[in-house]
Design a protein around this ligand. Structure first.
Ligand SMILES: O=C(O)CCC(=O)C(=O)O
Ligand SMILES: [Fe+2]
Length: 284
């Protein structure tokens, strides 16, 4: 049997602190290499400390892994942006996740819903070839705003950019989703799978996704939370709050689902961020 690598408490703490500070696995591995660690050994050490399967880490350090900009995780207890105080009421290390309070005011939530309502269509998913398709796993209706389409959208994009330290140009257009009782979004990852044939096309502009912000525009009477089954966490959908989470391509811990709405309705605004500036590809 091979002896297990012993990891000093200092190295373990350094890996955790560096990850918590918002650096991705590739960056941690790069720094270890710079400091003379053998790359193969570093991968095992990082996998062990972050409790990631080695296979996941190998996938995440290959082409699925963002090499560009990363978000910085908002720090508790609150971040003040242009006089708007955003509360950080819960934090998780793996995946890097924060529950944000008061990301939107009640008026901003209502205004987004009213702007989106006349433009709703059945929400689509992206298939392995990069095509948009109707999918039984996603039964809600939705629409996209273009970047900075109206002043309200621009203001929210700017707020998120300041909060997360990534320019608004890295964002995909804000998506509004509307769920009725029984509608849900089954467990999925927001990162694009590097093993899928359409990966190159989907990431040709903007690269890999690095983080998601799901903002709740109303409070469903019952149900409709966002569940993270790998860590046993369900974030309650409450008007004006949001869940932010960051990931590597291949990161299993970021599995999440929009739970079925049991009573009432659910409105969310989702912002996905890319590692590089993203512009919507022109229609062929
Ligand atoms: O509805 C939710 O709570 C989650 C939505 C989501 O995962 C997404 O839009 O990617
Ligand atoms: Fe998602």
């Amino acid at each position: 049997m091979h002896p297990r690598t012993t990891i000093s408490p200092e190295l373990r703490e350094w890996i955790l602190a560096t990850t918590r500070a918002g650096h991705g696995v590739p960056e941690v591995l790069r720094l270890l290499k710079e400091n003379g660690y053998d790359p193969r050994q570093s991968r095992s050490i990082v996998a062990e400390v972050l409790k990631l399967p080695l296979a996941t880490l190998l996938a995440s350090t290959a082409k699925g892994s963002p090499q560009g900009l990363r978000t910085k995780h908002p720090e508790a207890p609150e971040v003040c942006i242009d006089g708007h105080a955003v509360g950080v009421s819960l934090g998780v290390d793996m995946p890097a996740l924060r529950v944000l309070e008061n990301i939107l005011s009640a008026e901003e939530c209502d205004e987004l819903i009213e702007l989106a309502r006349p433009r709703l269509q059945r929400a689509l998913t992206v298939d392995s070839e990069g095509r948009h398709q109707v999918d039984q796993r996603r039964t809600s209706e939705g629409m996209f705003f273009t970047l900075n389409e109206v002043p309200l959208v621009g203001r929210i994009e700017q707020r998120l950019a300041t909060l997360l330290g990534v320019p608004a140009s890295h964002g995909e257009g804000l998506q509004i989703l509307h769920y009725l009782p029984g509608q849900e979004y089954e467990p999925h990852f927001d990162w694009f799978d590097p093993e899928q044939p359409g990966y190159g096309a989907i990431t040709a502009v903007g690269g890999q996704r690095i983080a998601s912000v799901v903002m709740y525009l109303n409070t469903p009477a019952q149900g409709g939370g966002t569940a993270f089954p790998e860590i046993g966490l369900t974030v309650t959908a409450r008007r004006g709050a949001a869940v932010y989470f960051a990931y590597e391509g291949g990161d299993q811990s970021s599995l999440h689902a929009g739970l079925p709405v049991l009573q009432g309705e659910k409105w969310i605004a989702t912002k996905w961020l890319r590692e590089r500036p993203y512009k919507k590809p022109k229609k062929a």
